[in-house]
Design a protein around this ligand. Structure first.
Ligand code: DGY
Length: 323
């Protein structure tokens, strides 16, 4: 029987089908599987069902020539060397589609929270600073209007489009930029630099790859309006975090809402964490139980297909099946 490593206990139903088809070895924790445990446990496995926190690099693939497939419980596959997998004929499964609305909701939650300074205001109240002498004043905790503002969406994939649908409910003008031309109802296609210069809010919804790493760099941040708000629910590596921290602390940008960081978990002393105009969450864009169950079910379905010798229903490198 094929051996399959599952790097975390998973929710959902379909994971329970795996033991009928393979010898399933589940990492029981505590916590995430350390990289040396991943290396050790992968030995002899034909497949791995992993999370976005597991780095599947070329060295790991090289050390495991018996590996036939990788299935990740994530839509993003930047933690996997997909090029190296493809060159070895290894399909890489992912979980698109099911987390679109949940992630778009989280994007808007961050956008509203950053625009209206919700977290700062919450801290103010809980910290006992809301007193009679400062109970209310015309400029007390003023933020940015969302309704009627211009939203620039970087990446018009499924999540970007779902963000655009939500923006329509706020009567926003929506600008969009995508790496390849894509027409989306209600979205004006715009060059990236122009989008940054014209938008009151910018939402990053593009995948991380070599072309998008540091896409929002110092030069591009400087194009943004001084009172603009940047939201990132995609991947931290798309933004130059040092330049972002500088812009936010030098009145060059109003606020940021960040669910993702270049290095996760983010270090406690990261410069962005000390800024009051940053609202942050720990990569929870898709974190509802219903969505996580759907993601786990797709990841398990990808494993089951691979074990049967069939094409994975959701595959990030379908070209492996063309051979
Ligand atoms: C993914 O699946 O890539 C998301 O980042 C999870 O929230």
């Amino acid at each position: 029987m094929s051996k399959v490593l599952v790097t975390h206990q998973l929710p959902g139903e379909r994971i329970h089908e795996l033991p009928d088809h393979c010898e399933m070895n589940v990492w029981m924790g505590p916590g995430l599987m350390p990289s040396d445990a991943l290396r050790d446990e992968l030995a002899g496995c034909e497949g791995v069902l992993c999370l976005l926190t597991d780095r599947i690099d070329e060295a790991l693939l090289e050390a495991n020539p018996q590996l036939r497939f990788v299935s990740s419980m994530s839509v993003g596959v930047d933690h996997i060397d997909v090029t190296a997998a493809t060159s070895r004929g290894i399909p890489v499964g992912n979980t698109p589609g099911v987390l679109v609305d949940t992630t778009a909701d989280a994007t808007f939650a961050l956008l509203l929270a950053a625009a209206r300074r919700l977290v700062e205001a919450d801290r103010f109240v809980r910290g006992g600073h809301w007193r009679v002498e400062n109970a209310w004043s015309p400029e007390f905790f003023t933020g940015n209007d969302v309704t009627g503002a211009t939203l620039g969406i970087i990446g018009l994939g499924e999540v970007g489009q779902a963000v655009a649908r939500r923006a329509a409910g706020f009567d926003m003008r929506v600008l969009g930029w995508n790496r390849s031309e894509r027409t989306v109802p209600g979205v004006e296609n715009t060059e990236l630099d122009a989008l940054l210069a014209e938008s009151d809010f910018v939402s990053i919804n593009v995948a991380l790859g070599e072309e998008t790493r540091n896409l929002i760099d110092e030069r591009r941040l400087a194009l943004m309006k001084r009172d603009a708000v940047l939201i990132n629910t995609a991947r931290g590596g798309i933004v130059d975090e040092e330049a972002l921290a500088w812009a936010l602390s030098h009145d060059r940008l109003a606020a940021a809402g960040l669910d993702v960081f270049a290095q996760e978990p983010v270090q406690e002393d990261h410069p962005l964490l000390s800024l009051p105009n940053v609202v942050t969450t720990p990569h929870i864009g898709s974190a509802t139980l219903a969505t996580r169950e759907k993601m786990a079910d797709i990841a398990a379905a990808n494993v089951l297909a691979a074990l049967r010798g069939e094409a994975m229903p959701s595959c990030a490198n379908p070209e492996v099946y063309q051979r």
